[in-house]
Design a protein around this ligand. Structure first.
Ligand code: DC
Length: 226
């Protein structure tokens, strides 16, 4: 099999990972793999069955009934398939964000999803974003970025996004949820969010999208053709 290139982008919620990764994937002709969407699909499935994300016994039991698939449409956008059903739109709620964070702490869930993530990277050039890509999923990724920003900046971005969509939003609530998710994602026992030793930190607090893309391309360009 031909050598494939991989760029791992890890970081907390709202740092801009998906916006940046999507742009880079388009520019470089890579597949964009949003691994958060995979955990969201698991959380959504369990929610449909009324299983609490903290109820380890039932999480274990019910996930045997779940098949998760990733498909790409003609625009290169990732679709999440839950037991044959496209749930891409359904998994993007604040409620599912929190539940995905809780459910992702269970070893059985992480183990079930590991190979599917690695298989995409074996077959294609990928930009993969998540929490443990550079540390666990693709420890040999060619380029590793840790994308972060101050919690207040991340909360403001989420707030602006919701307002732009015409939805109701409360800044303080969003900030509280972001901090709670940061805590859960960094303190779990298995594959917590942390910087890989060989990753480069990019703080996006005072940068716009073009600046972040340029900075990551400059970092990546030292390791791979960009
Ligand atoms: O990136 P996101 O907000 O869509 O991720 C939702 C949750 O999924 C996140 O709070 C923690 C979990 N997650 C994970 O544990 N590992 C990943 N590689 C990606 C997401």
């Amino acid at each position: 099999m031909a050598k494939t290139y991989s760029i791992a982008i890890d970081g907390p919620a709202g740092a801009g990972k998906s916006t940046i990764a999507k742009r880079l994937a388009k520019e470089l002709g890579y597949y964009y793999v949003d691994t958060g969407a995979i955990y969201r699909t698991v959380a959504y499935f369990l929610d449909l069955w009324g299983v609490s994300p903290k109820d380890i016994d039932n999480v274990n039991r019910y996930i045997d009934e779940l098949t998760v698939g990733i498909e790409y449409d003609e625009d290169g956008l990732q679709h999440m398939i839950m037991n044959g059903m496209d749930v891409t739109g359904e998994i993007r709620t604040q409620d599912i964000s929190q539940k995905a964070s809780l459910v992702s702490a269970h070893p059985c869930v992480r183990e079930m999803l590991l190979d599917m993530q690695r298989d995409v990277a074996k077959a294609h050039n990928v930009i993969m974003d998540g929490r443990d890509i550079g540390t666990v999923v693709l420890p040999k990724a060619d380029v590793k970025i840790f994308l972060t920003a101050d919690p207040e900046v991340r909360a403001k971005r989420r707030y602006d996004e919701l307002i732009a969509k015409g939805q109701k939003a409360n800044f303080e609530t969003i900030l509280k949820e972001i901090k709670q998710r940061d805590y859960q994602d960094t303190h779990r026992e298995i594959a917590p969010l942390k910087m890989a030793r060989d990753s480069v930190k990019v703080d996006t607090s005072n940068l716009d999208i073009d600046q972040v893309v340029a900075e990551i391309k400059a970092i990546a360009g030292k390791k791979i053709p960009v």
